[in-house]
Design a protein around this ligand. Structure first.
Ligand code: ADP
Ligand code: GLC
Length: 470
């Protein structure tokens, strides 16, 4: 099949979180399974973009309301990612260092989608499916079906994958001029609760909708930032498909980001060597259990409970554990995490910011990973941790429920119910107990490292869905 992915992020071109990982891996595995896969994303000023060679595939001119602009579609010359990669270049609008965070993000992503439709309109044939990811590409199914200039794209099956329904891209109706001329009788297919809602529009107009885990798909009908009734109504075309991971990149035996490579045959030694390096770098104690948190410091991830939970655990256990945090986000959380460095310098550290190589080193060197998330559509961190023999401590929600089984139920992780200090404290004390039973710890690590969460296992679920639509 010929598959076209449309996305705002793709690792290693530009990544903010898990969307980037999925968009870098799923197309690669689909191509590996014999399909012809293309991916198109905005041209940002990132290292990857400047370090690779590009050729012009198409140039055009279009408009966003009364703003007319030229654009180019560039193709990566050497197919380095294992599939064909295309960028939409709009000078002044997309070519910036960051993916998100600009006041004109709505214009940027709508212009991006219009350019994708312009480009597709020129193709001599049509792809078998266009696979959109999150709200940044949620208007495309509507554009194909109801915008006059693009009605030749109407017959292309579209899939919208929801990685995170918290972000919906709301726009007031006075911005409707940015959407290419459309059949006004179809206005309701853009609207949700009196605003233009690109995610809701994607759910209404896509031929099929997926969420990144079965449990999250189920939860969306009860808790989806205002879209609950829509998910209930559209449930017939919605499915949950669990994400996989790129097991070539996330492989302790070959990972070039980590100090010491290891595998099932030398887990204890390998993990200890990586832990020693981390502890030396961050002034922590190599003998104590090492808990880590990696991620965006936001409410969804329950990052706000970390400062008090960590302080309490350190106080109550007389610093019997180490904590190392990597992330950035809400200023108050960052500030409170920064403060603990002064009170507990030997058992706590915090790296504020984004650091891909450090994240690998942390998955490899830690004993336990904390994920108290309030909302977790899938979560990749816990799957990376498992792959590196690091036990995840997770709240039972979304994809965490689908990927981590508690040791009490014959599994390999620690699960809890509430995103609060009490539950996190209790989970950590269970973890500390396991840490001191070295034999058990080793057998859990072996079990974790033997789990196969690679995309090889799930890639077919998307293909079956595409085939049903085709
Ligand atoms: P989300 O996409 O909601 O942030 P996921 O668990 O799906 O959560 O994926 C997060 C991805 O981003 C993982 O690859 C994780 O290692 C990475 N990540 C998150 N924060 C950081 C950071 N500060 N530095 C490096 N990598 C990070
Ligand atoms: C989103 C979700 C995360 C998921 C990722 C990849 O960012 O928050 O849970 O793993 O997308 O699908």
């Amino acid at each position: 099949m010929e598959i076209l992915h449309v996305t705002a992020e793709c690792y290693p071109v530009a990544k903010v979180g898990g969307l980037g990982d999925v968009a870098g891996a799923l197309p690669k595995y689909q191509q590996k399974h014999g399909h012809e896969v293309k991916l198109i994303m905005p041209f940002y000023n990132t290292k990857y973009v400047s370090a690779h060679e590009w050729e012009t595939d198409y140039t055009g001119r279009t408009n966003l309301g009364d703003y007319f602009f030229d654009f180019q579609i560039l193709k990566e010359k050497n197919n380095t990612l294992g599939f064909a990669l295309y960028l939409v270049e709009i000078t002044g609008l997309l070519d910036r260092p960051n993916v998100y965070g600009y006041n004109d993000d709505p214009q940027r992503f709508i212009a991006f989608q219009i350019c994708v439709a312009e480009w597709l309109r020129q193709w001599h044939h049509k792809p078998d499916v266009v696979h959109c990811h999150d709200y940044h590409t949620g208007l495309l199914p509507f554009i194909f079906k109801h915008c006059y200039d693009y009605n030749m794209l109407e017959s292309i099956p579209t899939v919208l994958t929801i990685h995170n329904a918290e972000y919906q891209g709301w726009l007031s109706w006075d911005r409707s001029v940015w959407i290419p001329r459309y059949d006004v009788w179809k206005t309701g297919l853009l609207d949700w609760k009196n605003v233009i809602n690109p995610l809701a529009s994607g759910i209404k107009n896509a031929w099929a909708v997926t969420a990144v885990s079965p449990s999250y798909m189920e939860e969306l009908r009860y808790n989806s930032n205002g879209l609950e009734d829509l998910f209930e109504y559209e449930k017939g075309k919605c499915t949950g498909i669990l994400n996989g991971i790129d097991s070539d990149i996330w492989n302790a035996a070959t990972d070039s980001f980590i100090q010491t490579n290891y595998s099932l045959t030398n887990i204890s030694k390998g993990k200890q060597a990586n832990k020693n390096y981390l502890c030396d770098t961050f002034g922590l104690d190599k003998e104590k259990p090492l808990f880590i948190f990696i991620g965006r410091l936001v409410g969804e991830k329950a990052a706000d409970i970390l400062p008090d939970a960590i302080r309490t655990i350190l106080w109550e256990t007389k610093e019997e554990a180490n904590f190392l945090i990597l992330g950035s986000g809400e200023a108050t959380v960052e500030y409170r995490l920064e403060e603990i460095k002064h009170s507990n310098p030997k058992s706590y550290n915090f790296y504020r910011g984004y650091n891909e190589s450090l994240s690998h080193q942390m998955y490899a060197g830690a004993d336990f990973l904390l994920m108290p998330s309030r909302v977790e559509p899938c979560g990749l961190n816990q799957m990376y941790a498992l792959r590196y023999g690091t036990m995840p401590l997770v709240r039972r929600t979304g994809g965490l429920k689908d990927t981590v089984i508690d040791i009490g139920d014959g599994g390999y992780g620690i699960c809890f119910s509430q995103a609060n200090i009490e539950d996190l404290k209790h989970a950590c004390s269970r973890a500390i107990e396991i840490y001191h039973q070295k034999k058990n710890l080793l057998s859990y690590r072996k079990k974790m490292m033997s789990i196969d969460n690679s995309w090889d296992n799930t890639v077919n679920k998307y293909l079956q869905l595409y085939q049903r639509l085709a």
